[in-house]
Design a protein around this ligand. Sequence first.
Ligand code: ADP
Length: 262
Amino acid sequence: MEKSAEEKKTAYLTHELRTPLTSIICALELLRDGGLAAPEGAKLIELALGNADRLKTLINEILDLSKIQNGTLRLSPVACDPAELARASVESLLPWARRKGIHLSLKASVSCGKVYADPRRTSQVLLNLVSNAIKFTPDGGTVEVSLEPGRRDRAGNTLVCVKDSGPGIAPQDLARLFRYFVQAGPEDRRAEGSGLGLALSRSLVELQGGEMWAESALGKGASFFFSLPVHVEAQNSEPQARVNATKSSAAASFCHHGAPRA
Ligand code: ADP
């Protein structure tokens, strides 16, 4: 009998959760039984730590997904500096980029101004996009995060771009990638992921009143854009967004279709 979409999702998630856990258990058993000497023992510990990290990320993503689906995800927007958030994300991923010989840079002007956004959730979006760019870009490539004062989306929101020199994305995959559990490209490129990151990121941006989309051509790298409402200083009142976030469709729909914006 053909499996339902829900059954397929459960089977996929079970597999994704079990694989790193099994690997951690094997590593611990080997260490317990064999007392492996260095450097094998140290390598095994690194492997187990990597898998534990993967498991933690996936569990957090599943929890976020369920909060978005049942409308209980709470955002705490404040006036914050997007260049500062971008700098912190770039810095935290620099060691990984260096290990891959990737030139990771930040282009941000001090005069970009503040946005009205949840700093933790915005950092989560930035980390997801920059991690993807590093993950999919071959050794020796480039990844640039940029934020310029003159760049706005159609609604006048502040625009952030993460651009890489990686393999790029086929036109038919550009919109699909923002759906939950969708991965694309060759099998070996999918191994490290869950297909949840971009869909969650887009929902987090839309819930804050922004937009997210990707522009790419196969073999020509990829650029991911997202926007956040500009912060305005309101007299005698709380900080707020320049354009009040319209009620987002993010919580209601999980099959967004990205559309390139001007
Ligand atoms: P994951 O990376 O966990 O598989 P994501 O939702 O973050 O899930 O990404 C979905 C898919 O989008 C990836 O599997 C990959 O095929 C594609 N993708 C994301 N970022 C890039 C990028 N910078 N370059 C090429 N492909 C990308």
